[in-house]
Unconditional design. Structure first.
Length: 113
């Protein structure tokens, strides 16, 4: 029993590490190189949609078929930053990346008891 708990703990830690690195490897490295303001992008989604569930859907829709009319960013944004190419990722990978993006840049609500 203790052996199973150790194995599950190790797998959980490895999974979390892999999950955390996924966003950096697949998305943020490029954002950082091009100086794309990820926090600003999240804030714009939050102002317009106010729900992480809707934000996730809209980002995935955009990443599946990137077009300026699907983007939250104004047209002027695309004068400075290139239009995103479609990502060669599975739906599960997209969801994982967007979940991590929201975890990283989303607002954390702290309720003190």
């Amino acid at each position: 029993m203790k052996q199973n708990i150790k194995i599950l703990t190790i797998l959980s830690i490895l999974s979390t590490y892999s999950y955390a690195g996924f966003l950096d490897d697949k998305c943020l490295n490029c954002h950082n190189q091009q100086k794309i303001p990820s926090q600003l992008i999240y804030k714009k989604y939050l102002i317009k949609y106010s729900s992480n569930k809707i934000i996730k859907k809209k980002i995935i829709d955009y990443l599946n078929k990137p077009m300026s009319n699907k983007s939250i960013m104004p047209q002027q944004f695309f004068l400075k930053f290139p239009m995103k190419d479609r990502l060669n990722m599975t739906r599960k990978e997209l969801e994982m990346g967007v979940d991590r993006f929201i975890d990283k840049f989303g607002l954390k609500i702290r309720i003190d008891e």
